[in-house]
Design a binder for this molecule. Structure first.
Ligand code: TNX
Length: 501
């Protein structure tokens, strides 16, 4: 095992010489990392000491140590045996809100950060230094960690992942599993595409038909269902403990047939132009076409509906953002709608995010544009999230010819290298985010295959300095994560480019 050090006793009795194996694979690559010659041997008894700010963080470390041979407990103060955790807000100047320092020396492991979030990441890095067995059970052998000095800060503040739970429903169990995996790779934003033509997936108490009627559909072969507000809040809390903020998307004014089914008065023309609605009575939609359904924008009641939905979403959402979609729709009143919807969101005390088309309208300068094709000439100077489809549309094939993929943006698929090579020259960039649309992703294992390992490449794009990134070196480190991903039960696409361990 690469994580262990082979100890050779010299024949003439005396000092043991350490022959070090390869360094453990840390992903994403830290800003500064210096491996040392020696090791830290985990003692049979450890005392994790922490200052009062780091109390909750100590519990995370404890969770890791319980799978080792060391008997461990934690306490506030400075009587440490092996591990010390310090959270000190004055470190924010050098480490930011998410950075950390991790020092493994001869007799101790020291973790420092300005916030619980930074400390959480220090622990994730440490976790990657332990043998992969730690993911699944107790290791009974003695554990040696390589000595190292790490100072780490992220490149971008936005390192996101998006699940389309509308086309095909993925519930709390999958979402939490995804949050765990994201957190391990220091991803910090989870965008949930909650509504689309095929299904409405979030309970709105004042508009019960949205879920009574609108949640019943899905693409052919996909699951239906919805999140109750309580489930949504629980997911949000689970995510927050792992430094992940949930961004809910209510896609408007198009992509909303499921809402039109529930409340037909939101249509201008009683479904006359809507493809599936030609059936009487109208049926839920199970196909893949986009760009055909929309709210009646002349109708003032449409705005009541929008205000009610966004009002409830703002109430249950802890994060500062609401995503209002805005993609793929033609309407003479489109721009006016986006401006009004943006102001409704701001009135609720949140910041608006929308797909890049929205910036054809004079939205507020606080608006955040999520770029997917990168072709819209924005009329406002706003911050952007890069989700450029040729690099980050993970519904696309991992490799040319992969089954059950629609590769409209890039015929030969979005390869690991396409992801890794992404660079933004946009001065307003907040970071990166990869969506998986689920028109053709019907099972948990298929969704895993689309997310992994491409999300790991994106995590490094989002976290690591450009000058610290090198594709061959990344592939090498990624290969060493194979066993760990197996143990975490991730059904990742085993790209032949990587020598998986
Ligand atoms: C475009 S990207 C869409 C989605 C589809 C996706 C399929 C965007 C804002 N809209 O509605 O699911 O392509 O790749």
């Amino acid at each position: 095992n690469l994580f262990f050090i082979l100890m050779l006793s010299l024949p003439f009795g005396g000092i043991a010489q350490e022959v070090t194996a390869e360094n453990p694979a840390i992903i994403p690559q830290p800003a500064e990392i210096e491996w040392k010659e020696g090791v830290f041997t985990l003692p049979e008894k450890t005392v994790v000491c922490y200052n009062s700010e780091a109390k909750a963080s100590a519990a995370w470390l404890q969770q890791l140590l319980k799978n080792t041979n060391s008997e461990s407990f934690s306490m506030e103060g400075e009587d440490c045996l092996g591990f010390s955790l310090v959270i000190d807000e004055s470190l924010e100047e050098s480490l930011g809100k998410e950075g950390y320092k991790l020092n493994v020396s001869n007799d101790k492991v020291e973790l420092e950060a300005a916030t619980e979030n930074g400390m959480f990441y220090a622990i994730q890095t440490l976790r990657q230094m332990f043998p992969a067995e730690i993911e699944t059970g107790k290791i009974s052998e003695e554990i040696k960690l390589k000595q190292v000095a790490i100072t780490d800060v992220p490149k971008y503040e936005w390192r996101g992942s998006m699940i389309d739970i509308s086309r095909s429903f993925f519930g709390p169990e999958y979402i939490k599993k995804h949050i765990d995996r994201m957190a391990f790779y220091k991803l910090n934003r989870l965008h949930l595409h909650l509504t689309d033509d095929q299904g409405w997936r979030i309970e709105i108490k004042q508009l019960p038909k949205l879920t009574e009627v609108g949640s019943k559909g899905a693409v052919k072969g996909g699951r239906s269902g919805f999140l109750t507000q309580d489930e949504y809040k629980e997911i949000q809390e689970y995510a927050a403990a792992r430094n992940i903020i949930i961004i809910p998307e209510i896609d408007m004014p198009g992509h909303n047939y499921s809402a039109l089914m529930a409340y037909p008065e939101l249509n201008c023309d009683e479904f006359a132009n809507l493809t599936p609605a030609r059936a009487t009575p109208p049926e839920l939609y199970h196909e893949y076409n986009v760009g055909w359904s929309k709210f009646c924008l002349e109708n003032p009641e449409t705005y009541d509906f929008v205000a009610t939905v966004l009002g409830e979403m703002a109430e249950i959402t802890e994060g500062p953002w609401l995503h209002i979609g805005g993609d793929e729709i033609e309407d003479p009143l489109y721009e006016e709608f986006m401006v009004k919807a943006d102001s409704i969101v701001r009135g609720l005390g949140k910041t608006t995010i929308g797909w890049e088309e929205a910036t054809k309208a004079e939205v507020d300068s606080s608006f955040i544009s999520q770029r997917w094709h990168g072709e819209v000439e924005s009329v406002v100077d706003v911050k952007v999230i890069e989700s450029i489809c040729s690099s980050f549309y993970f519904d696309h094939a991992n490799v040319e010819g992969q089954e059950s993929t629609n590769n409209w943006c890039k015929e030969d698929g979005v390869t690991l290298k396409n992801v890794y090579d992404f660079k933004s020259d946009n001065p307003n960039v907040l970071g990166v985010e990869a969506p998986v649309w689920t028109e053709m992703v019907l099972s948990d294992s298929a969704l895993d295959d689309r997310f992994w390992p491409r999300s790991i490449a994106m995590a490094e794009v989002g976290w690591s300095k450009t000058e610290n990134r090198e594709y061959k070196d990344f592939l090498n480190r990624l290969g060493k994560h194979g066993e760990r991903l197996d143990r975490m039960k991730v059904n990742y696409y085993r790209t032949p480019e990587v020598n998986w361990n």
